[in-house]
Design a protein around this ligand. Structure first.
Ligand code: HEM
Length: 293
């Protein structure tokens, strides 16, 4: 029996909205979550619970923690934890808008909306830098094993952990680099998406090569571009049965291991960074039993 929020493994939608909430009135939290449970099914919207909310509900989710911030060589990797995260998925912006309003309303007594960002699919799944994302994502049963927790820990079967970072690109900076320099930053050729044999060690796909970690650091990436006016970038979203693969990869990207920072930092920066736990689905609705709901 499949227990996961189905939006996690499903292909990327055409349109999306990302909502982030803080807890404003703890006394109303249980009623608000019960109202939310009636309208979030894990498919049209994937829900994640942050460490502070789990704590407010008196639950310990093994493996859920706060993303560690890092001060790197000339740039920062911020940690911006939040109580609740919702990834609304769909094909129609109007429907997403109205669904989003109903979620905010269901939560209104206890939660305050702190961020709302619209995302979308660009061409065949490209980042706004032009490069195709997701090529080396695990597929099929492997994707399921990578992204979903099993029943080793009671209550976690079918659940997932997610890392979310809003990256903001500097497009003028990006466009000042030649095509060859950009290919080297990513480690893949823009023209045909082939991996470069001679990519520099700073190339993003060299830094994050999933099989190069011990243990291997596989994650299921489900990121989408975002933009607002002239600002834009990538909403990086990676699901895992734990947060360890993401954390190890980000640590290596930062340059903390060997002084080599990921080529991505030449044109983009993470502005947010948070971890959440995505509860399983039981009998067609979110299973919040670990919180006594
Ligand atoms: C602005 C942010 C980012 C952009 C634009 C980006 C873009 C890309 C692109 C174009 C690829 C190559 C195609 C593919 O296999 O998907 C890739 C691969 C990958 N990225 Fe990122 N990425 C970003 C951030 C991150 C972060 C923060 C992590 C993890 C901490 C990450 C982990 C990976 C992994 C694991 C791969 C596959 C590596 C392999 O070949 O095994 N990415 N990314």
């Amino acid at each position: 029996m499949n227990l996961e929020q189905t939006g996690i493994l499903a292909p990327l939608p055409e349109q999306a909205r990302y909502l982030t909430f803080e807890l404003a009135a703890p006394e109303a939290v249980r009623d608000s979550l019960l109202a939310l449970r009636d309208i979030v099914d894990g498919e049209r919207a994937v829900l994640g619970i942050g460490p502070s909310l789990a704590r407010a509900l008196g639950a310990d989710i093994p493996g859920l923690r706060v993303l560690p911030p890092q001060a790197c060589d000339g740039f920062d990797i911020p940690s911006t934890p939040a109580a609740l995260w919702c990834w609304i998925r769909g094909e129609d912006r109007g429907r997403i808008f109205h669904y989003s309003r109903s979620i905010v309303e269901a939560l209104a007594d206890a939660f305050r909306l702190t961020q709302s960002v619209d995302g979308y699919k660009y061409a065949e799944g490209r980042d706004l830098s032009g490069y195709i994302d997701g090529t080396e994502n695990p597929q099929g049963d492997h994707a399921r094993t990578v992204a979903l927790a099993d029943d080793t820990v009671p209550g976690l079967a079918g659940s997932s952990f997610v890392a979310v970072q809003l990256w903001e690109h500097d497009f003028d900076q990006l466009e000042a680099y030649s095509r060859v320099e950009r290919d080297d930053m990513i480690g893949r050729r823009y023209s045909d998406n082939e991996e470069l044999d001679d990519a520099p060690p700073s190339a993003h796909v060299k830094r994050t090569a999933q099989e190069s970690f011990e243990p291997e650091a596989f994650m299921l990436r489900r990121s989408m571009p975002w933009s607002e006016g002239d600002a834009g970038g990538f909403m990086f979203v990676a699901f895992g049965h734990t947060l360890d693969a993401f954390e190890a990869s980000l640590h290596r990207m930062s340059g903390a291991e060997d002084g080599i920072a990921d080529g991505l930092f030449r044109f983009t920066r993470p502005r947010t960074g948070a971890y959440y736990w995505c509860p399983p689905i039981r009998d067609g609705r979110l299973d919040l039993s670990l919180f006594g709901l």
